[in-house]
Design a protein around this ligand. Structure first.
Ligand code: KIV
Ligand code: ZN
Length: 521
């Protein structure tokens, strides 16, 4: 069976989603998990975009072994040099240069003509090649490019030394048959096409990213660019888990293989969802909460008689545990270690001991410790170097509210030994709490996203609140859990504010929103 190479761009295109914001340690955790998933290449970031992204890519290049580590660069010398400086410590580095080939990109974005654009692309490629033997070239917006011009660009970048040529459907405009034909056309028209790995990169604006990717594979593409949970710019990218499981489940049809260890899919999906604060929709193919839930009586009856009646994938093959480990005060180190690794974290001994201590003190107060609790303890521990001057913690809150009343909250926060208190009214109880917290902190925070989710199904359901806030050019994610959703929200808000304050002090670790470049700039 021929192999299809899996190029994961969760940490680059996936991280371009509005509000996503991973710091270098979070990016490293995801990259380590992608290596366990056994993807062939990890696009770790766009190093010119911010000092934080440069540091993140460099850290991944130095620490993650196995996959090729890729850094993105526009067809600009400074970008390419910065990309190379970030990845040169990798076992297998690759520079990924991209430049638009459609007339709309060439004329409207760059204000030049096709020949000039080609010359610019070739110069950039040659410069990248002088630094790194493995260079990928992307013909951005290829699906809306004149095919003859596209073929000319592809032929010349191969002659100039590209090792991978990527054909992106940047705006998700293609349809499967047509996209498949484009790949056939390039293979027939470009005489040196066999000297490179032909790649595709599909966006999901029409919901066709996975279908377009598979059509390209059937017609000769041998690298696919994709993201975990389909995250990415606008409607997202082709989803890694969908492509891998389609190729595996329908190997009778495709007759291809990938090197992905599918048993790591669920763990990877959960880790990405938690760290990026992006909940996976319940009916998402492969990794959604309902992907293996059978509710109709007829289906349940069929499944009980023979799973093959209504199930084409075995949940075990994705690493979905049959027996969830329940953590209580009686759980020991072994069970906790099992839990932290099943959540995708790679903790060293000191970090694990600190998490264990946090777990014991929480388990003393609660009957059951949930994954979300463990996650919050881990976050505290692994970011301890940033949060060692943890500024605020929630002491208590009170809210007066009711029908027809303006909610009023009084919040008490602890800052080292000092208790600070403020009250505020708000549009709702949560708004009042957040405003009171802002008063204590003495700064206004813009709430960019706020979600509350129940994590258990009993009446005393644990609520997990996730907030994303920004102040000036900085933004951060905070999470809090409690059986009381107001308390969970307050904790999450305080956590996000602590992170922002720390990021502001440690600028290079920061996730800066305002001045962060995206490849579209
Ligand atoms: O969508 C796109 O064209 C891209 C390129 C940078 C490969 O993300
Ligand atoms: Zn893209």
């Amino acid at each position: 069976m021929e192999k299809v190479f899996i190029f994961d761009t969760t940490l680059r295109d996936g991280e371009q989603i509005p509000g996503a914001c991973l710091n270098p340690r979070e990016k490293l955790e995801i990259a380590l998990q992608l290596a366990r998933l056994k993807v062939d290449a990890i696009e770790a970031g766009f190093p010119i975009s911010s000092p934080g992204d440069f540091d993140a890519v460099k850290g991944i290049a130095e620490k993650v072994k196995g996959p090729t580590i890729v850094a993105l660069a526009r067809a600009v010398r400074e970008d390419i040099e910065t990309a190379w400086n970030a990845i040169k410590g990798a076992e297998k580095p690759r520079i990924h240069v991209f430049l638009g080939t459609s007339d709309v990109h060439i004329q409207k974005k760059f204000g030049i003509d096709r020949d000039k654009a080609l010359e610019r692309g070739l110069d950039a490629l040659k410069f990248a090649k002088s630094l790194c033997p493995d260079v990928e070239y992307s013909t951005e917006d290829a699906s809306r490019t004149d095919p003859d011009y596209l073929a000319r660009v592809v032929e010349q970048v191969i002659a100039a030394g590209a090792t991978v040529v990527n054909i992106p459907d940047t705006v998700g405009y293609a349809v499967p048959q047509q996209f498949g034909k484009l790949i056939v056309f390039l293979r027939e028209r470009v005489p040196n096409i066999d000297q490179v790995v032909l790649s595709v990169h599909c966006h999901n604006d029409l919901g066709l990213a996975t279908a377009n990717t598979l059509a390209a594979v059937e017609n000769g593409a041998r690298q696919v660019e994709c993201t975990v949970n389909g995250l990415g710019e606008r409607a997202g990218n082709a989803s890694l888990e969908e492509i891998v499981m389609a190729i595996r489940t329908r190997k009778d049809y495709f007759n291809f293989s990938t090197s992905v260890n599918t048993r790591e899919i669920m763990r990877t999906s959960n880790l990405v969802s938690r760290l990026m604060g992006m909940t996976v929709q319940a009916n998402k193919a492969i990794v959604g909460a309902n992907a293996f839930a059978h509710s109709s009586g007829i289906h349940q009856d069929g499944i009980l008689k023979d799973r093959a009646t209504y199930e084409i994938i075995r949940p075990e093959d994705l690493g979905i545990a049959k027996h969830a480990m329940i953590l209580t005060a009686r759980s020991g180190r072994h069970a906790l270690r099992d839990k932290t690794s099943s959540m995708g974290y790679d903790l060293n001994e000191d970090e694990f001991e600190a998490v264990y201590k946090g777990f014991l003190s929480l388990a003393d107060k609660k009957k059951r410790v949930y994954d979300e609790d463990v996650d919050i303890i881990i976050q505290d521990v692994i970011f301890a170097h940033l949060l060692n001057n943890r500024l605020y913690s929630l002491e208590s809150y009170k809210v007066h509210t009711g029908n027809g009343k303006t909610p009023e909250a009084t919040v008490r926060l602890r800052r080292e030994e000092v208790i600070l208190e403020a009250s505020s009214q708000g549009g709702g109880p949560i708004d009042a709490i957040f405003k009171a917290i802002d008063k204590i902190v003495g700064a206004f925070h813009k709430l960019e996203d706020f979600q509350v989710r129940a994590v258990t199904e009993t009446k005393e359901a644990m609520g997990v609140a996730t907030v994303r806030v920004s102040r000036d050019d900085f933004r951060a994610l905070g999470r809090g859990s409690s059986t009381d959703i107001l308390e969970a929200s307050a904790k999450a808000y305080v956590e996000a504010i602590n992170r922002i304050s720390c990021f502001m002090q440690h600028q290079s670790e920061a996730c800066q929103s305002g001045n962060k470049l995206t490849p579209q700039n």
